[in-house]
Design a protein around this ligand. Structure first.
Ligand code: NAP
Length: 248
C-alpha cells in the first residue's frame, strides 16, 4: 500500500544522508519530491534522475536553508512548480563539534543559523499554503543529542533542543488548522556527518546503544513516512526517537 500517493513533499538537505533516504522512501510511497541542497550539485542531479525513474515528479533546488529570503523564494518556486506543499521536512543541518572552551562565536552562529533558524525560515513559509489547504505535516530533524546533550557538542545540542521547543509551540499554534508538527530525534545514523565515529572502532559506541548497531538512513526514513502519512493523523507535538534505545 502506498501511503503518500500524489502528495507533495519538500525536503531540505536531500542531496545526501538522511534527507536523501527520506526522499527515496517518500517517492517509493508515491509522493512528488521537491528537495534542496547547498553545494552537492552532482548528487542533487543524480537524485532527481533516480526519483523520476521511480515514476514521481522530482526537482532539486539549490537553496541555503540558513537564509530567510532564500526560504521565501524556495517556497514560492515549489508552489509554482508543484502547486502545493503537503509535507515539509526540515532536515538540512551541520555539526561543528568543539569543546566549549574552544568554541568560537562564528561556529556557534553557523550551527544556530543552519540548524535552528533554518527550521523557522521554512516553517514560516509553508504554514500559509498548508493553512489554506487545511492540512499539512511538518517534520523537523532534531537529535538524541538535543534530548540528552553531549560533551563537545554544546552548540549542536542547543540547536537541536531548540528545534524541540519550536516543534511543540508550532504544533500548539496551528493544530486547529489541521497542521501537524513533529520532530524526529535520531541517534547515530550512518552518514557523512557521523563517519568519524568509526575512527578508533565502532564497538565502543555499540555499548551505549541497546540495539547494538548504528542506525541506517532507512530507519529514520520509516519514522518520517509514519509522521508524513495519514497513519499519524492524531499525532502532533511529539518527538519520535530513532536511536536504537540510546535515549532511555
Ligand atoms: P549529512 O549527511 O551531512 O547531509 C546534510 C545535508 O544537509 C546535505 O544534503 C547538505 O547539502 C544539506 N545542508 C547542510 N547545510 C545546508 C544549508 N545551509 N542549506 C541547505 N542544505 C544544507 O547529514 P545527515 O547525517 O544526513 O543529517 C541530516 C539531519 O539529521 C541533520 O539535521 C542532522 O543534524 C540530523 N541528525 C543526524 C544524525 C546522524 O547520526 N547522522 C543524528 C541526529 C540528527 P549539501 O550536500 O549540498 O552539502
Amino acid at each position: 500500500m502506498k501511503l503518500l500517493e500524489n502528495k507533495v513533499a519538500l525536503i531540505t538537505g536531500g542531496s545526501r544522508g538522511i534527507g536523501e533516504g527520506i526522499a527515496l522512501k517518500f517517492a517509493e510511497h508515491g509522493a512528488n519530491i521537491a528537495f534542496t541542497y547547498l553545494s552537492s550539485e552532482e548528487k542533487a542531479r543524480a537524485l532527481e534522475v533516480r526519483l523520476s525513474e521511480m515514476g514521481v515528479k522530482a526537482k532539486g533546488y539549490k537553496s541555503d536553508a540558513a537564509d530567510f529570503k532564500a526560504a521565501e523564494t524556495l517556497a514560492a518556486d515549489v508552489m509554482k512548480d508543484f502547486g502545493t506543499i503537503d509535507i515539509c521536512v526540515n532536515n538540512a543541518g551541520i555539526s561543528r563539534d568543539n569543546l566549549l572552551l574552544r568554541l568560537t562565536p562564528e561556529q556557534w552562529d553557523e550551527v544556530m543559523q543552519a540548524n535552528l533558524k533554518s527550521v523557522y525560515n521554512l516553517t514560516r513559509q509553508v504554514m500559509r499554503p498548508m493553512m489554506k489547504a487545511k492540512s499539512g505535516s511538518i517534520i523537523n530533524l532534531s537529535s538524541v543529542v538535543g534530548v540528552k546533550g553531549n560533551a563537545g557538542q554544546s552548540a549542536y545540542a542547543a540547536s537541536k533542543a531548540g528545534i524541540i521547543g519550536f516543534t511543540k509551540s508550532v504544533a500548539a499554534e496551528i493544530g486547529s488548522r489541521n497542521i501537524r508538527c513533529n520532530a524526529i530525534a535520531p541517534g547515530f545514523i550512518e552518514t557523512d556527518m557521523t563517519h568519524y565515529l568509526k575512527d578508533g572502532g565502532a564497538e565502543k559506541w555499540f555499548e551505549k546503544i541497546p540495539l547494538g548497531r548504528f542506525g541506517k538512513t532507512e530507519d529514520v526514513a520509516n519514522a518520517a513516512l509514519f509522521l508524513a502519512s495519514d497513519m499519524s493523523l492524531y499525532v502532533s507535538g511529539q518527538v519520535l526517537s530513532v536511536c536504537g534505545g540510546m535515549s532511555m
